[in-house]
Design a protein. Sequence first.
Length: 390
Amino acid sequence: MATLLEQLRKFTIVVADTGDIQAIETFTPRDATTNPSLITAAAQMPQYQSIVDDTLKTAREELGKEADESDVVTLAFDRLAVAFGLKILEIIPGRVSTEVDARLSYDTEATLEKARYLISEYEKAGVSRDRILIKIASTWEGIKAAEILEKEGIHCNLTLLFGMHQAVACAEANVTLISPFVGRILDWYKKETGKEYTATEDPGVMSVTSIYNYYKKFGHKTEVMGASFRNIGEICELAGCDLLTISPKLLDQLNSTEEGLPRKLDPEVAAKMDIEKIAMDQATFDQMHQEDKMAYEKLDEGINGFTKALETLEEMLKERLTRLEGETTVNNAAADIFRVYDLDGDGFITREEWAGTDVVFDAIDVNHDGKITPEEMAAGLGAAIRLVEA
């Protein structure tokens, strides 16, 4: 029998919810999504340090030696999101989602500026805007920004979506795609009620099902991509949804499970349903948002969470920049010293050329071959500086 993942792919586009390039290579999804938390996690993995370092170095070179560290890190963060996106696009055939700074979620103009900048960076790298989705939080201001961007040919993924009012506003703004958060809805109801829910009665599953049916009933072109899953039961109950973005852990479970998977969501069935159309404007949006305690709390929590992830990443980048620039200082100093002692310019300092004590020479000459290389000089000087700082 085919695995759940193989069956799911017959009627749903599977998207990888990760910034881990190796995981994307393993599961070969069509699309991939990232967010600040995922980028932060990936940026701390040893295999991606070169991406982080190169991004920081380029940002420093562009802004200059006198630029404030915070400005370098801000530029590097945007470039890092794009750098990971470019790496991902080398693997997948479809689209990658890159997120706008969550701190701009209630500022339409700032969101527009950031989104246009991100697209320009992809286009400078030779990537068509058709392969990029700009992720924006589903606030009223964010949705209005997305409406403008879509008219400019910049496609948007409206994230942190928890309520029908957000979904309707997104559809009427003609955004490309929405990401309702299944698992976070479940989390809220479990905490609020103290109940456990089966997959069929899962509030997150029911929310996405209602949104899907509404869209298909009224012919909205906006795609529905369920996100933030807690278990494969939720995923199976949404089989047939336009797209589902799934973590590597759950992709692996789907890929190792063999059982039947019936389609649960169907556009033809939805088109025949008796569903009332909702007229949406800002006043209605605001009222429905205030009345939907779950959506109100989870949107606020999500924006705060992504903001915290951004700040964590920025601090990590600042620390990395400090180390990189410290290493550059050491390397430059080592090169200067090396040239002084390498009297014959052959690329080595012999004991005869060395004017210092034998003890220091022996300490720097790590492999004890009687010659100090530029690399040994840099390593020795760096160790000495760290010893003094300690």
